[in-house]
Design a binder for this molecule. Sequence first.
Ligand SMILES: C[S@@+](CC[C@H](N)C(=O)[O-])C[C@H]1O[C@@H](n2cnc3c(N)ncnc32)[C@H](O)[C@@H]1O
Length: 216
Amino acid sequence: MSAWNERREAYERSAVHRAGADLDLVVEWCEPARGVTALDVATGGGHVARRLRERTCTVTSCDAAAGMEPDVVCPAEALPFRDGSFDVVVCRLAAHHFDDPAAAVAEMARVSRRLVVIEDGLHNDERVEEAERLRDATHVRAYTKAEWLAMLFAAGLDVVDTALHPRRHVFEEWLSCTGCEGETADRVRALLAHVTEPGGEAWLDAKLIFKTLKRG
Ligand SMILES: C[S@@+](CC[C@H](N)C(=O)[O-])C[C@H]1O[C@@H](n2cnc3c(N)ncnc32)[C@H](O)[C@@H]1O
């Protein structure tokens, strides 16, 4: 987790994280209202938690890195909360960092009373995976939609809505966010050539969002 402890400011500022139609949708799918209790898992710069608090939810944030200054420091794979502690559990743009995403999804389902909302980058191909890991050693893997559906089903979650949002990573900000430079940055750009927009300023992928309900 030491890499993350240095990154709070970068992730607070990051354009991809702090705003966007995907964040708006995640917040709506959490069905925010006064009295709704929410857990934001792997809160990072705290954008989901902030937006849900603005919508008068009672929010607990958690993250494995103390440097992110969450309310609770814990891994997503072992959430220190009782079964059914929150109306909604949400996890945005973080599961690709988890060592055991299936265990994390099972934990989210366990501590939720009703709703689980998850967003993450959609798996593209192995060249993109290699670039992601070179740029950031904490990237484990992004998953296909089929892999996500299997994890959600196994955790006892029924998918009620799915959305796909395009994402544009401006190289300069995306590389500097993790301190990736020099020859490594050149290699990352080369690996991403097939998904880079004309002109080379940014590369493109997609974010997948699931709204799920606990089964039964
Ligand atoms: C990209 S940031 C999250 C972005 C944030 N959710 C948002 O919407 O802006 C990824 C976060 O995942 C956290 N993280 C990585 N592995 C984790 C794990 N196994 N359990 C909990 N948090 C983890 C990191 O500390 C980091 O804060």
